[in-house]
Design a protein around this ligand. Structure first.
Ligand code: AMP
Ligand code: FE
Ligand code: FE
Ligand code: ZN
Length: 311
């Protein structure tokens, strides 16, 4: 009709590669923005340097990537530089190794100040316990006739400040004892295995609080993926939410379709953010390609709104 106002909705904003999504966040992230909130570099147990991970993320068509190495922020500066070069948004993160009722629980911290004293001290304590654990694993392997030296493990851990089972596993691969990291873990290093050494760590609820105090926000990583499932039910999530937990990583390779449906419902009930991510480790973990799971832009906006200290 001539003269009538045009009520046709505006077409969705085009995705402009090379433009940091934060620059048009005010109008909401276009739905097609691809966001992966969990990845690892050689700063912990990934096989790619922070620069390589960021470049691979851009090549995979991601617009936002969180680098979340275990218990360290060591990769952040390098990753931020690479992200600026390729034009993607980098979320500085840390996957903190915590314990809840004695079970290992991984907690993703986003945008925290890593120098906030309680958080900094906790991360240092975890890294010290990681370093102390390596010789114990080696002694147990020796009891089973496998001679591996600390130098062998050091060679497999160049660049990392959080040595762990994956590096011992890589040293076993290098020695020709096993074919790949997963086999080493399954045969020797998993709970109940001949060289299994439990990790000491900080309490989950303390970590949630320290991350919040450090200006960041937290998401429980793959809560039902491994051994911690039975200690991570509704009551625990409700208690953690009261301490400042922002979300649950729902879409993850280690979760079944049913897990995802149940976790999504739980998140909905508790008003927690739902995230999805690859948990990419380079060649270190099969089936975790960058972008294989992603976080919805609206959920990402909610997550950002929970952090006091962005960038
Ligand atoms: P740690 O923190 O030293 O106990 O090592 C745990 C890490 O080992 C996890 O973050 C994973 O990256 C890795 N991991 C555990 N199981 C496997 C597996 N089956 N295949 C590959 N990586 C694994
Ligand atoms: Fe890992
Ligand atoms: Fe994890
Ligand atoms: Zn991870």
């Amino acid at each position: 009709m001539a003269g009538a106002p045009d009520t046709t909705p505006a077409p969705p904003a085009p995705i402009r590669r090379g433009v940091r999504p934060a620059t048009f966040a005010g109008a909401g992230y276009p739905v097609a923005v691809r966001i992966d909130l969990h990845s690892h570099s050689t700063a912990s147990d990934g096989t790619q340097s922070p620069t390589q991970v960021v470049r691979a993320a851009a090549d995979a068509g991601l617009d936002v990537l969180a680098l979340t190495d275990h218990d360290t922020d060591r990769g952040w500066a390098e990753a931020a530089e690479a992200a600026a070069e390729v034009g993607i948004e980098l979320v500085p993160g840390i996957e903190v190794s915590t314990l809840h009722h004695g079970r290992s629980v991984h907690l993703l911290a986003y945008w925290p100040d890593p120098d906030h004293p309680p958080l900094r001290d906790a991360l240092e304590e975890i890294r010290a316990s990681r370093r102390a654990r390596v010789p114990v694993m080696l002694a147990l392997l020796a009891e089973h006739g496998i001679e591996l030296s600390e130098d062998d493990v050091a060679r497999a851990s160049v660049g990392t400040s959080a040595p762990g089972r994956p590096h011992v596993a890589d040293a076993l691969v290098e020695r020709g004892v096993v074919e790949h990291r997963g086999e080493a873990l399954a045969r020797y290093l998993q709970p109940g295995g001949p060289a299994w050494v439990p990790r000491t760590g900080i309490e989950l609820v303390d970590a949630v609080r320290w991350i919040r105090e450090a200006g960041g926000t937290s998401v429980v990583a793959h809560p039902w993926g491994r051994s911690a499932r039975d200690v991570l039910g509704r009551d625990t999530f409700a208690a953690l939410a009261a301490e400042g937990l922002a979300g649950i990583e729902v879409d993850h390779q280690d979760h079944s379709e049913q897990d995802r449906r149940d976790l999504r419902r739980l998140a909905d009930e508790l008003d927690l953010v739902v995230t999805g991510a690859s948990d990419h480790h380079g060649r270190g973990k099969r089936g975790h390609a960058l972008g294989c799971h992603t976080t919805h832009p609206e959920e990402y906006q909610r997550l950002r709104a929970r952090a006091r200290r962005l960038g």
